[in-house]
Every structure is written in structure tokens, then in C-alpha cells.
Design a binder for this molecule. Structure first.
Ligand code: ZN
Length: 285
């Protein structure tokens, strides 16, 4: 009885994600045989049991905005168009073009996104980028700082780019225009020595990553407030927290638009963005 009830509920969710039983419209057009893959994606969207970052997660809603951006569609995960675009991505990266989302496909997405972060590529070469000279750092103004802030500095060109990004978001996203807290910075440049000292004092070294070599030492990483879930922290990596953030209009806008201002995402942390243009601004990612 319970099993059949659960199955019924999952089918209901799947049909919702697929856009309803009598689906029509541009996300369903010209797709021939892809309805079945759409239904499979609609079900796994809420039920997939997996551990993409080591801890158990259910479903892949948290990653939908980045995936849609990457495959170039706004169509929902249960639609035939989404399945065809996913299949094209899989084909491009040498995976079987099933059109069905799975953990192996996600790891390829993750690799693509990580390769856009020069900091990550430096770490793969066993390098730890040096902090910028102090005279290249600039102070945030009070309205840019979140109450939970850790730091008040960014590399100056990054601060300029952040200001352009935040101004555009407040023009283009009603939610961000209405709530000055959204997109405030709660962490920017973090001095490596102070970071190491705090990690030792708090006995919270974030798996030692923060202390050993954090992207925040470069002055190009920003942690932006994109909402928080029911008393959880602004940087809570709990599944419910990250899922909540990924649903906000502000986060979705960032996914679609931060690249215009030189910022790339970190898939595991919806709040963490890195500026990828060098100081002289001549390199286009
Ligand atoms: Zn961060």
C-alpha cells in the first residue's frame, strides 16, 4: 500500500516536471521519440539517489539552472526538448547520447564547469596562486557588505566588475531590486595567514582546503548572498540549503548573466563566484 502510494506520488511529480499529461508548446515540439526519456528525467529529477560530492543527495534540481544554461534551453527537465539537448551534450563529450540524466553525465558537466576556473586548473598543476599586492585591493562600501561578512576587500578590478553585475541584477531581477541583502558580499579577499589562523582557532578547516589554499586568497572570489533556507547559514552546503538557493530568481539570473561580467560559478556552492579575467582585462574566457 505504502509502496503504491509512493509510486503514485512520484508519477504525479514526474508528470508535473514533464509539463502535464497533455503537454504541448515549444518544449515539446518536433521531438519524435524523446517523450520516454523526458519521463525518465522527470522522475529522476526528484528521486535519483546519488552522491555527486560524497554525501547522499536525492534528485538533481539543485543543478538544473547550470545544466539548462550549458545545454542552451529553458525547457524543464521532463520535456522532450531538454532530453534532446542533453543527448547533444552527451554526444559532444563522448558519452552515449541517451538523453537521460545520470551521475556519469553530471561528472562531465562538473568537469566542464571546473575547467573554466583558472584557480582550479592551477591547483591541478599543484600550484597555489599568490595573493595580489595590497595596493591592488579595494574596500567594499557598507551597502555591499552582508551582515555575515568575513572580509571587506576585493581586487579592485573584480570589485568594479561586481558593481556592474549587481547594478544590472537590480535592474533586471525584481527580487534583487526589492531586497538590498541579495547579492551582498559575505566573503571576498581572505588573507591566507589570517585564514590559516582562524581555521586552527575554530578547529574548522573545511577539510583543510580553506587553510591550505583557498580561492579567496586571490581577491577574485566572491561569496554572494543568494538567500538562505530556514535558519541555515548563508553558506550552508546542506542539500536543502543549496536546493533553496538554486530556486531563487537571483541565482538563476547569475547563472545566465554573471559571465557577461567575467564571473564563473562553482557548482557545489551557489553563492561562490570567481572572476576569471586577468588584471589587464584582455583575456575573454
Ligand atoms: Zn567562497
Amino acid at each position: 500500500m505504502l509502496r503504491s502510494l509512493i509510486a503514485f506520488l512520484i508519477l504525479g511529480l514526474a508528470l508535473t516536471a514533464a509539463g502535464g499529461a497533455r503537454a504541448s508548446g515549444p518544449c515539446h515540439a518536433d521531438t519524435g521519440d524523446w517523450n520516454e526519456q523526458g519521463l525518465a528525467n522527470a522522475a529522476s529529477f526528484y528521486t535519483l539517489e546519488w552522491a555527486p560530492f560524497g554525501a547522499a543527495e536525492w534528485g538533481w534540481e539543485t543543478y538544473l539552472p547550470l545544466i539548462q544554461q550549458e545545454i542552451g534551453t529553458d525547457c524543464g527537465p521532463g520535456t522532450p526538448i531538454f532530453a534532446t539537448r542533453l543527448a547533444a551534450f552527451q554526444q559532444t563529450y563522448g558519452l552515449p547520447p541517451t538523453g537521460v540524466f545520470d551521475a556519469a553525465t553530471f561528472q562531465v558537466f562538473r568537469g566542464v564547469w571546473q575547467e573554466r576556473r583558472p584557480f582550479v586548473m592551477a591547483r591541478l598543476r599543484q600550484e597555489c596562486p599568490e595573493p595580489p599586492p595590497i595596493n591592488q585591493l579595494g574596500y567594499l562600501v557598507a551597502s555591499e557588505e552582508h551582515a555575515d561578512r568575513l572580509t571587506r576587500l576585493l581586487r579592485r578590478d573584480v570589485l568594479d566588475a561586481y558593481r556592474r553585475l549587481a547594478a544590472a541584477a537590480r535592474t533586471e531581477v525584481p527580487e534583487a531590486a526589492a531586497d538590498p541583502e541579495l547579492l551582498q558580499i559575505f566573503s571576498g579577499f581572505r588573507d591566507p595567514e589570517a585564514d590559516a589562523a582562524r581555521c586552527a582557532q575554530d578547529r574548522n578547516c573545511d577539510g583543510l582546503r580553506r587553510a591550505v589554499c583557498s580561492p579567496h586568497r586571490t581577491g577574485t572570489a566572491v561569496d554572494l548572498y543568494v538567500g538562505q533556507f530556514q535558519g541555515m547559514g548563508v553558506d550552508s552546503t546542506a542539500v536543502a540549503s543549496r536546493q533553496h538557493m538554486s530556486r531563487t530568481a537571483t541565482y538563476r539570473w547569475l547563472v545566465a548573466n554573471a559571465g557577461r561580467f567575467g564571473f564563473v560559478p562553482y557548482v557545489f556552492e551557489p553563492w561562490h563566484w570567481e572572476y576569471v579575467k586577468p588584471w589587464d582585462d584582455t583575456f575573454a574566457p
